[in-house]
Design a protein around this ligand. Structure first.
Ligand code: HEC
Ligand code: HEC
Ligand code: HEC
Ligand code: HEC
Ligand code: HEC
Ligand code: HEC
Ligand code: HEC
Ligand code: HEC
Ligand code: HEC
Length: 381
């Protein structure tokens, strides 16, 4: 019988960085599921917490009404009305004087529905502080009375995100197409944490539900929605609907916006650093020992087949040779076929699972089987 023990043990998710990246969601589920598995204290638990740049609560804008004759795109109804005393001390447009109430009391006095928006689970500090951080109360050359074009408006206060969006090697067009930041965030308040319009998973899968989406090198990206619909064996963090457990939504320096390194190719000389992504959650020791009867089920007797395939000075097979990290038809995220070469030809794996192991055939090699049952794992003396 196959042992049920989880062999790649989940690392102890106590790092503040991970907690931030997980938003707490995934850990709770993982901890519940793996509560009986021994958890190894990871080396990276002591990782320095990323230093966050401060986010200013207010921003200085030119709030004057546009000079007469300038082309306006939006005019605020109460300003159009001409009675400045709706908000200012005086009625007279030449001498309106100071405003009669604190800004947000003025705005929320008429925009009563926004009281509910700001009371949502996640509420924007910038809107709590002052509506005129982003809106001109009179008129504007931009839609929605905005003081600045939406992308740069948000980045003017969010320096961390600005760095990711502009300085990263891998940029994400989600930030620049259509509604920009508002593709994913509500500028005022939202029922999902981090001001998200919907669960991140739903946002991601919605845009990544098309066949012809291309990356910046012109390579067609997998239709993730279709992949998930057609492949029932979802990798744990995908099943936990946590795309940002592995991807940085705003941009990053790693291949495919990944939070850690992962080799982009089919072959790679072995270097544990290259698999830092997988080792965020899995134990790297499984690849270190050529012989084992405990560290992995992918072994023939005591020969560690993970080691055999991956741990090579040249042409080591990267995890993608056998695993589709999002979802697959077979258990253990074993894929049916893998893209081989830049033209996208698919090399079939033809994996068959058996009660005591499995086999692959007509793939990189002729049929090879492995047996990982305890009986055969004990080497004869
Ligand atoms: C919907 C409310 C509202 C109405 C109506 C309104 N204002 Fe204002 N106005 C504001 C707010 C809010 C400010 C920013 C004041 C502050 O931050 O202290 C402001 C500021 C100003 C300023 C100073 C800009 C600056 O940067 O200091 C001028 C000038 C001004 N308003 C003119 C007018 C005139 C003229 C009218 C009438 C034709 C008018 N406003 C009607 C809300 C309004
Ligand atoms: C006296 C009532 C009143 C006050 C005070 C008021 N608004 Fe409005 N606002 C309106 C009305 C009316 C509209 C148009 C509503 C519509 O079209 O649905 C509007 C529309 C808007 C719009 C949408 C503009 C567009 O063209 O899409 C924004 C943004 C806005 N207000 C922001 C503010 C801010 C910020 C304040 C506070 C400085 C404020 N409002 C104060 C009445 C008010
Ligand atoms: C961080 C910037 C920011 C702040 C602060 C902000 N808004 Fe907005 N607001 C936006 C953007 C961007 C839009 C247009 C995109 C959208 O509708 O989501 C918008 C749209 C609006 C609209 C038009 C909604 C519609 O559906 O047409 C209203 C009304 C409005 N804001 C009112 C307010 C009020 C009231 C406050 C203060 C409580 C406020 N905003 C604070 C950025 C901001
Ligand atoms: C005036 C500065 C300012 C502007 C402009 C601004 N923000 Fe913010 N934003 C803040 C502050 C302050 C916070 C609260 C930061 C904190 O608590 O650490 C915040 C928090 C956030 C958060 C995190 C919420 C959370 O719960 O984690 C998101 C997402 C966000 N802003 C998105 C936006 C978007 C999108 C825009 C443009 C529509 C924008 N911001 C424009 C100041 C700003
Ligand atoms: C593709 C969707 C998407 C877009 C577009 C997007 N974000 Fe986010 N943002 C997210 C997700 C998802 C999170 C939560 C991250 C997590 O769970 O680790 C987040 C978190 C944040 C946070 C709070 C956490 C942090 O990392 O500081 C801020 C601030 C923020 N976004 C600002 C922005 C700004 C500004 C823009 C536009 C330039 C933007 N976002 C565009 C998806 C997006
Ligand atoms: C508004 C639409 C939109 C949303 C929402 C969106 N994406 Fe994307 N994404 C794109 C587009 C367009 C591309 C192709 C261009 C590019 O590479 O930026 C892309 C590319 C990518 C890439 C490949 C980047 C590369 O160049 O290697 C990854 C990975 C990715 N997205 C993940 C995500 C994740 C995870 C989420 C949810 C947090 C998400 N996307 C949400 C539009 C979106
Ligand atoms: C366990 C980590 C992990 C999770 C969780 C994850 N991804 Fe990925 N993602 C990867 C890796 C690794 C790659 C690179 C795969 C490769 O090239 O073989 C990738 C690649 C991608 C790509 C590029 C696909 C292509 O054709 O090259 C997109 C788009 C993407 N992911 C979106 C998502 C979305 C959407 C989610 C949430 C449903 C998600 N990812 C969840 C690890 C993850
Ligand atoms: C965010 C954490 C996380 C990351 C990053 C991650 N995994 Fe996982 N993975 C898990 C969890 C949790 C499980 C479920 C473990 C269990 O059931 O014992 C899992 C399960 C798996 C399984 C299936 C185990 C089985 O027997 O069914 C494979 C294969 C796998 N991961 C491969 C990878 C690869 C390859 C990478 C790197 C590209 C990776 N994982 C990155 C969390 C992660
Ligand atoms: C040559 C194919 C192949 C490669 C390359 C490969 N795996 Fe596997 N892996 C498998 C097979 C087959 C299984 C299922 C073993 C079983 O249960 O019978 C497996 C199982 C797993 C499991 C479940 C726990 C276990 O060990 O039984 C994890 C986690 C995993 N692999 C992670 C990885 C990571 C991370 C990489 C890259 C560093 C990788 N694999 C590379 C074939 C491969």
């Amino acid at each position: 019988m196959r042992t049920k023990k989880p062999l790649f043990r989940l690392r102890n998710p106590t790092s503040a960085t991970r907690v931030a990246a997980f938003g707490g969601r995934f850990i709770a589920i993982a901890a519940a599921i793996l509560s009986c598995a021994a958890v190894i204290q990871p080396a990276w638990a002591a990782d320095a917490v990323e230093k966050k740049l401060p986010v200013p609560k207010t921003k200085k804008n030119d709030l004057n009404p546009l000079p007469a004759g300038e082309k306006t795109v939006t005019t605020h109804a109460p300003f159009e009305d001409g009675d400045c005393s709706l908000c200012h001390k005086n009625k007279d447009p030449k001498e309106p004087g100071p405003i009669s109430l604190p800004v947000n009391e003025l705005c929320l006095g008429c925009h009563e529905d926004f009281q509910q928006v700001l009371a949502r689970k996640s509420s924007h500090g910038a809107a709590q502080e002052s509506c005129v951080n982003c809106h001109n109360p009179h008129n504007s050359k931009l839609p929605k009375l905005l003081v600045e074009e939406p992308g740069s408006l948000c980045l003017s206060c969010h320096e961390d995100i600005r760095k990711l969006a502009t300085d990263s090697k891998v940029k994400h067009d989600a930030l620049t197409v259509e509604a920009k930041c508002s593709n994913c965030h509500n500028p005022h308040g939202a029922n999902v944490e981090h001001l998200l319009n919907k669960l991140a998973f739903d946002l991601c899968v919605n845009c990544h539900g098309q066949d012809n989406l291309k990356d910046h090198a012109g390579k067609t990206l997998t239709n993730i929605k279709k992949l998930l619909d057609q492949n029932p064996e979802w990798h744990f963090p995908v099943a936990a609907k946590d795309c940002s457990a592995c991807h940085q939504p705003h941009g990053g320096d790693n291949f495919r916006l990944l939070i850690q390194e992962y080799p982009p190719q089919f072959y790679s000389p072995y270097d544990p650093k290259l698999y830092a992504l997988c080792f965020e959650c899995h134990e790297e020791t499984v690849l270190q020992d050529p012989q084992t009867t405990t560290l992995t089920q992918f072994r023939n007797g005591s020969t560690n087949l993970h080691y055999l395939h991956v741990h090579k000075t040249e042409r080591g097979r990267t995890c993608r040779a056998c695993h589709e990290v999002h979802a697959s038809k077979q258990k253990h995220q074993i894929r049916d076929a893998v893209p081989y070469g830049s033209k996208g030809w698919m090399l079939k794996i033809n994996y068959t699972q058996t009660p005591t192991g499995g086999s692959c055939e007509k793939t990189c090699h002729e049929k090879r089987s492995y047996t990982n049952s305890i009986a055969t794992a004990v080497k004869p003396k």
